[in-house]
Design a protein. Structure first.
Lengths: 289, 275
């Protein structure tokens, strides 16, 4: 590191600092990634992700805006989208409550088998969605051993969505709950606050960003879900038909423009949710204390 | 220090109520259904199950699933690590856009993925004529299934590796660079050993997702038994044909894979956080 000082020597004091100032960043800023890597990654993502999604958007406009509008304002499509959004919202709200509850019990409670329960939370991520559907049907279908048959109802769709979206809120709240500073809780308790008050006023505000981002992921997943629903919903138009299954049926009946148009609506919803989650993440990072 | 503090003290009845509610929810939603399906699967006897998962159709479905998963894992690991490096270490215009693009497969419906691939590579798609002239079939054939699998499992490795890279910083990499190491040497001697558990965790998630994908694969597969049928598609077909025992048996294979995945995640997770 002393090389520049040795070459310039002490005889020329005006040059030395300038040279060092120029050199230092040159040595520091060795980038681990070259332009080639950036190019490869851009190409890879463009071919695999961007190109197909662009094709959907272009196809949806093949017949002009009129046909696009006809496709998405079709009564059956609107009914499916309405049901999809409502059921996803309900499922997301249930997740917000159940997810915080489960995360709380996993972090603050001690009981035998806790590690097993903790591992179980990830099961819906690991289990293929079609198996999730069949699994729920085995207990809540027409051969139910407990006499509860919800197959082909809206409840069944909600149940399937609750199954596949379970981990999102739990897994986003859990790490935050572990990190929460307990001094404030102690202080509040010493001032006479009750348990529920401490939770609502002290703990919950810390969890809100994590709950929101977990809910966003769960909602995005629920809106697009297909595998776990297809067997359990019965796909009854104007009743249990969700948008993804509607799109699937459009492809099967060879109506690509209609399928693409409704897909664009789904795509738009995913983009909006993704954008909100990312803004929330950036906001959270900026306000981190 | 704060870990030893009890924090909010819940009364005993309150604690038991919360525990009962949380565990009850999990039991009703996850554990009991899983128990019922495992019981139903093995009710006819292990011999029946074995016969039903070793039929030619099941074997070919198993092979296709493994092939698609293997290709997806290799591609998504190589490109995933590179993507994470570029996104964390790179400074270039459009970085945020690429960053958002990586997350898209998480948010896009699998059905949309399927139709998107048809619109690009299908008979009437963008490259339809060119592919037909070259004699290559992608949609309704195994390359389409591979493409769909690659798409849906794309983000996992990149998303697991990126935070690790951010965490370790680039001091060691910079030091190695000043000592004259090439980028290749830096990657294999400094970066890779630091991110290896993150990569392993990402690979596990990629594998699970790749093996379990149904929606996107269902659209592009064409459902040709013995040719373009994956394990998840076999489960659906058997179920639709009222072959419940067969569907349960094939599901059991997938469930076992899922449980192995879960075990691997549980073992890898603490090591991942060590780095």
């Amino acid at each position: 590191m002393s090389a520049p000082a040795a070459t310039s020597g002490p005889t020329d004091p005006t040059v030395r600092p300038r040279r060092r100032a120029k050199r230092a960043p040159a040595v520091r800023r060795v980038s681990a990634v070259g332009p080639l890597s950036i190019g490869i990654v851009t190409l890879w993502l463009s071919i695999i992700v961007l190109l197909p999604l662009a094709a959907v958007v272009v196809k949806s406009l093949d017949g002009g805006l009129d046909q696009f509008w006809d496709a998405i304002s079709n009564r059956q499509a609107v009914a499916a989208l309405r049901f999809t959004l409502i059921v996803s919202l309900v499922v997301t709200l249930i997740n917000a409550v159940a997810g915080v509850l489960i995360a709380w019990v996993l972090v603050r409670d001690q009981f035998p088998g806790k590690r097993f329960v903790n591992a179980l939370i990830d099961l819906p991520f690991a289990l293929p969605t079609i198996v999730a559907g069949i699994t729920l049907l085995a207990l809540y279908g027409k051969d139910s051993p407990v006499g509860i048959d919800v197959s082909f109802t809206q409840t069944a769709v909600a149940l399937a969505l609750l199954f596949v979206t379970l981990p999102f809120v739990v897994r986003s709240v859990q790490p935050v709950l572990i990190e929460v500073d307990k001094d404030m809780e102690e202080a509040a308790a010493s001032l006479g606050a009750s348990g529920p008050t401490i939770f609502r006023r002290i703990i919950l505000p810390n969890l809100v960003p994590a709950i929101l981002s977990g809910c966003g992921l769960a909602f995005a997943r629920a809106v697009g879900e297909f595998g776990s629903i297809i067997l359990i919903s019965g796909n009854i138009p104007f009743d249990t038909q969700v948008t993804s299954v509607y799109v699937f049926k459009q492809i099967e009946s060879d109506a690509p423009i209609s399928a693409a148009a409704v897909s664009v609506v789904l795509l738009f919803i995913s983009l909006v949710v993704l954008f909100l989650i990312r803004s929330l993440g950036r906001w959270g990072a900026r306000h981190e204390r | 220090m704060s870990a030893e503090r009890p924090g909010l003290r819940t009364s005993r009845p309150a604690r038991y109520t919360l525990r009962f509610l949380a565990l009850g929810y999990l039991a009703v939603l996850l554990l009991i259904p899983l128990g019922v399906i495992l019981y139903r699967t093995f009710e006819p006897g292990i011999g029946e199950v074995w016969a039903s998962i070793t039929t030619p159709a099941a074997q070919s479905a198993f092979q296709l699933t493994l092939l698609a998963a293997a290709i997806a894992v290799v591609l998504n690991t190589i490109f995933g690590v590179l993507t994470a490096l570029v996104l964390v270490r790179g400074r270039f215009p459009g970085r945020r856009f690429l960053d958002a693009l990586v997350d898209l497969p998480f948010a896009v419906s699998p059905i949309v993925v399927g139709i998107a691939l048809i619109l690009v590579y299908g008979q009437t798609g963008w490259f339809g004529d060119a592919l037909e002239n070259a004699g290559i079939q992608i949609i309704f054939s195994w390359p389409g299934i591979v493409l769909a699998t690659v798409f849906v499992s794309l983000p996992f490795v990149a998303r697991e590796v990126a935070p690790v890279l951010r965490e370790i910083g680039d001091d060691q990499e910079q030091a190695a660079a000043t000592l004259g190491a090439s980028r290749w040497q830096i990657f294999w001697r400094i970066t890779m050993p630091a991110i290896r558990w993150g990569v392993a965790y990402g690979v596990v998630l990629t594998t699970a997702r790749a093996i379990g994908e149904f929606g996107a694969v269902s659209v592009v597969s064409g459902h040709i038994q013995g040719e373009t049928q994956t394990l998840t598609l076999l489960v659906e077909q058997r179920f639709q044909n009222f072959d419940l025992a067969g569907a349960y048996a094939a599901s059991a294979v997938l469930a076992v894979i899922a449980l192995v995945t879960l075990l691997a995640m549980t073992l890898l997770n603490p090591r991942k956080d060590e780095t």
